[in-house]
Structures are given as C-alpha cells and as structure tokens.
Design a protein around this ligand. Structure first.
Ligand code: NAD
Length: 277
C-alpha cells in the first residue's frame, strides 16, 4: 500500500489541496534558525509551513521560500492575523504587511489567529474580501469554539475552510471536531506534541516500541489517520526528518482507539473562551 499517496493531502471545502503534514515555526528564531529549519523541512519532503505575524519570523520563512528551487505553486504557506490587528481595515493592512515580510504575493491560507470578542466578524469580512479578490487561496480560523463558528457563519458569507485548534491525545474535543466535519471545515492541530510534554506517556511509549517508531511519529500518524492536519514544530534537523517519516506505517484501529481514549480535555495552551491577549 502506498501510504503517502493515500494520506498526504486533504481537499478543503473550496477544492484547494492542503498537505496534511506541515512544519510549525512558533518560537523558531527569526533569521538563520527559522530559515534553516524551513530548508531542512523542504529537503525532507514537507511542502506546508505554518507561521504567524506574532511569531516574528515571517522574514526568515520567506527567505527559505525564495532560496529553494521548489516551485512556489508546490508550497503551502500559512500565516495568521494577530489579535491587535483585528478589524476590517487593519486586517487588510496586516495581510499586506505579512506578504511583504514573507516576500510573497499570495498566501495559501490566512487564518484569524484568535476569536477576539467584538472584532472577529469584521476581521473575517476582510478575509472574505481578500479571498474574493483572489489574493489568498483559502481562508480559515484558529481557536474558534462551536459558538464562535456558529456566530461567524450566521454573520458572514463564506464558511471557513480550516479551524486550527490545540489538538493532541490529551485534548481531542470530539464534539467540536464533529461540528467542523459537518460544516466541511478542515480540523487542524496545533501543539500536536503538547509542546514536548507528550513524551512521558507510558501507553504511547510501549506502543511506539511495538511499531518501531518514535512517540512523535506515532502521535503525528494518529493525527493523520484521524484526518487532522498537523504541524509539529522543531528546529532540529534530525527531528524535522523524523517527524515526516510517518507515511510508511499504519496504526491499527485498536491502537487508534487506545490513543483516542487518552483524552482528558487537558490544555497546554490558552482556552479560547478565556484568553486576554
Ligand atoms: P509542538 O506540539 O509541535 O511541540 C514542539 C516541541 O516538541 C519542540 O519544541 C520540540 O522540543 C519537541 N519535538 C518536536 N519534534 C520532536 C521529536 N521528534 N522528538 C522529540 N521532541 C520533539 O508545539 P507547538 O510549536 O506549540 O505547536 C506546533 C505549531 O502549531 C507551532 O509551531 C505553530 O506553528 C502552531 N501553533 C498555533 C497556535 C494557534 O494559536 N493557532 C498556537 C500554538 C502553536
């Protein structure tokens, strides 16, 4: 079976293809560190890079995109509008500024980073404008709970293509994931490795041994088999390569269920209903 061809791409609700596995660059340092990480990822086979204006490393990501010999059309570059830039005009401006730092003329996906109260509808309308003008290939949200999604959809025209959420074996939010599925919103995981805290789990340790894979590979594969786009972060070449070696094995349905059952509704990041930034 060719696991790569069956699992490496998801089709968004507007028909755009998105690689199911990408490189996250939160906390990757602007400059040489992030540029090098993106180069290593591209060499390893990644085509999808997830940045945000708040990560303060868009320039370094753009440098690697400029330097690589891979065609721009074969890459999937994502950024996000930060909270202090939300609102209609300020979002349009923020998009132009992100493009400028990235040295690109379009993004494959632009996300509303957090559902800032009283602002995210106007922010979304700006994303709709960018999309309708053909300036971005897909638009989506991040950290939107069910009530945020329902309110957004009621007050706008385009259903988001993606919702990027904290997601790992200890936080699966199945109701939200099903809601997204029903709305044809692709679910995407941030902090899939619990920011490095997933590795102490004994069940995952023994299961990884059984598959002769690392815990990181096991968890990334679990994301993929649950049809969740995932963007593990690393700036370490060996780990970047390791995290992409997940298309040559398959978890049994019993083991998928065992990992699904680790859910504790436990967050490593902020709760979208109680954030103050
Ligand atoms: P993560 O779960 O990807 O964990 C990253 C950490 O895990 C790394 O610092 C590294 O120490 C460790 N690691 C990675 N691969 C490993 C391996 N093979 N073996 C051992 N350790 C390994 O955490 P994250 O960076 O928070 O999340 C991933 C990406 O999600 C971010 O980089 C960012 O792009 C995105 N993100 C988005 C939001 C949002 O609000 N939308 C929030 C947080 C993160």
């Amino acid at each position: 079976m060719n696991y790569a061809s069956t699992n490496s791409i998801v089709s968004l609700n507007n028909g755009v293809d998105m690689p199911i596995l990408g490189l996250g660059v939160y906390l990757s340092k602007e400059g040489r560190e992030v540029t090098q990480a993106v180069h290593w990822a591209l060499e390893a086979g990644y085509r999808h890079i997830d940045t945000a204006s708040i990560y303060d490393n868009e320039k370094g990501v753009g440098k690697a995109v400029l330097e690589t010999s891979i065609d721009r059309k074969d890459l999937f570059i994502v950024s996000k509008v930060w909270n202090s830039d939300q609102g209609f005009d300020s979002t349009l401006k923020a998009y132009d500024e992100s493009l400028k730092r990235l040295n690109l003329d379009y993004l494959d996906l632009y996300l509303v980073h957090w559902p800032v109260k009283g602002k995210y509808i106007e922010t979304w309308k700006a994303l709709e404008k960018l999309y309708n003008e053909g300036r971005v290939r897909a638009i989506g949200v991040s950290n939107f709970m069910k009530h945020h999604l329902d309110n957004l959809i009621e007050n706008s025209k385009i259903v988001p293509m993606v919702n990027q959420m904290e997601y790992h074996p200890k936080l699966t939010q199945n109701d939200l994931r099903n809601h997204c599925k029903n709305l044809k919103i692709q679910y995407e995981a941030w902090s899939p490795l619990m920011q490095g805290k997933i590795f102490a789990n004994e069940i995952l340790k023994s299961m990884a041994l059984k598959y002769n894979k690392s815990i990181a590979q096991l968890v990334i594969r679990w994301n993929i088999q649950n049809n969740v786009v995932t963007i593990p972060k690393s700036v370490n070449k060996t780990r970047i390569i390791e995290n992409y070696q997940v298309f040559d094995f398959m978890l049994s349905s019993t083991d998928m269920e065992l990992i699904n059952a680790l859910d504790e509704n436990y967050r490593v990041g902020p709760d979208p209903d109680n954030f103050d930034f």
